[in-house]
Design a protein around this ligand. Structure first.
Ligand code: PLP
Ligand code: COI
Length: 347
């Protein structure tokens, strides 16, 4: 049988991949039409045909997810906690009146798209992974503001390195009361595309000022730490893992996993309001998420008061953050037993 380009290993610098789009071989799609989800289709096109009046284009009916597949120490591919992403995808859909995709179809699509693009799962030891991006859009034409009746779910994959360019190196973040990414009772707790559009001005401003990200305060009182534009926040003090409890943040699957790992390490876990005034008491702080993994925070600058809260003067990741990061990575790469049964492992 003739070999094709798709049988070959891609010509990529696996260990230095940025977090950006690299074309792969296939994506998978599923359409909701006439009141039901159709079959999973495989496509090698990077484009979708879309009606010019589609509800996603006019009224923002778009949600997405982010999860990763890892090439383990044993050569096997593992997908991390996909059922949790499937559940959140349903919650996101319901929050903006879209058709929820059943968990079984979501997981079937993940398995299919990873298998089809197996050659793009970065080799073990490179620190990179295959990012899986499911998205759902309203596709039926709408001129009046109302939900679509037809939906398209697409899952694409792309090999990635760290989201925070520094990787597992501390970076500075900033606080500003000038910007909100979500409303107090809005869409912050779901993965709605509009939340990210609303964060672009603040995010670019933070970058221009030399910060890795904006750390948002709660939009109602501007008193409590909420989260970063694309990652949750946690801090460590007195052998305790502290993370915000807020209706306007995305319940992060990474954070959920780190809380469990923190308990396993014998730490106390607190989910509660965190005031800006509490920051100087933190021994360690970090952003966390699928893309961000653990991205330690060395300093938090309050742009409104001018106060600079230095958390790690030596600019090194904290001891407990490092332990948590290593533990999570070890499970994802199959180096340690997956005692919580988080991975789906391909044969
Ligand atoms: N918060 C926001 C706003 C995000 O976009 C993400 C990324 O998904 C996270 C937190 C982290 O969530 P997870 O760990 O489930 O990826
Ligand atoms: C993720 O961590 O998966 C995200 O979705 C964050 C971001 C790239 C939007």
């Amino acid at each position: 049988m003739a070999t094709s380009i798709k049988d070959k290993a891609p010509d990529l610098e696996w260990s230095t991949l940025p977090f950006s789009y690299v074309p792969t071989d296939y994506n998978v799609r599923c359409t909701f039409k006439d009141g039901k989800w159709g079959d999973i289709e495989v496509s090698d096109s990077e484009y979708i045909p879309l009606h010019i009046a589609a509800s996603s284009l006019h009224y923002g009916q778009e949600i997405f997810e982010g999860l990763k597949a890892f090439r383990g120490v044993d050569g096997k591919i593992r997908v991390f906690r996909m059922e949790e992403n499937a559940k959140r995808f349903i919650r996101s859909a319901e929050a903006i009146k879209m058709e929820p995709l059943p968990i079984e179809i979501f997981c079937e699509m993940v398995k299919k798209v990873v298998k089809l693009n197996e050659r793009f799962v970065p080799p073990y030891g490179t620190g990179s992974s295959l990012y899986i991006r499911p998205l759902e859009i309203g596709i039926s034409p709408k001129v009046g503001v109302s939900p679509a009746t037809e939906y398209l779910v697409v899952m694409l994959v792309t090999p990635v390195g760290p989201y925070f360019k520094a990787g597992f190196k501390p970076t500075k973040v900033c606080i500003s009361r000038e910007y909100d990414r979500v409303a107090p009772k809005g869409t912050g707790s779901v993965k709605f595309g509009g939340n990210y559009g609303a964060s672009l001005v603040a995010g670019e401003k933070a970058h221009e000022m030399g910060y890795s990200v904006m750390l948002y305060l709660d939009p109602k009182e501007k008193k409590y730490i909420d989260e970063c534009g694309a990652a949750n926040f946690f801090a460590i003090k007195d052998n305790t893992y502290i993370t915000p409890s807020s209706p306007s943040i995305l319940p992060s699957i990474t954070n959920m996993s780190l809380k469990q790992l923190a308990k396993d390490l014998g730490l106390k876990v607190e989910e509660r309001n965190i005031t800006v005034e509490e920051i100087p008491t933190f021994e360690e702080a970090s952003a966390c998420g699928t893309a961000a993994v653990c991205s330690p925070i060395s300093q938090i600058d309050d742009l409104d008061t001018g106060i600079k809260y230095v958390i790690s003067p030596d600019n090194e990741p904290g001891k407990i953050t490092t332990q948590l990061y290593n533990k999570l990575r070890a499970i994802q790469y199959g180096e340690e037993p997956d005692v919580h049964n988080w991975n789906y492992i391909f044969d």
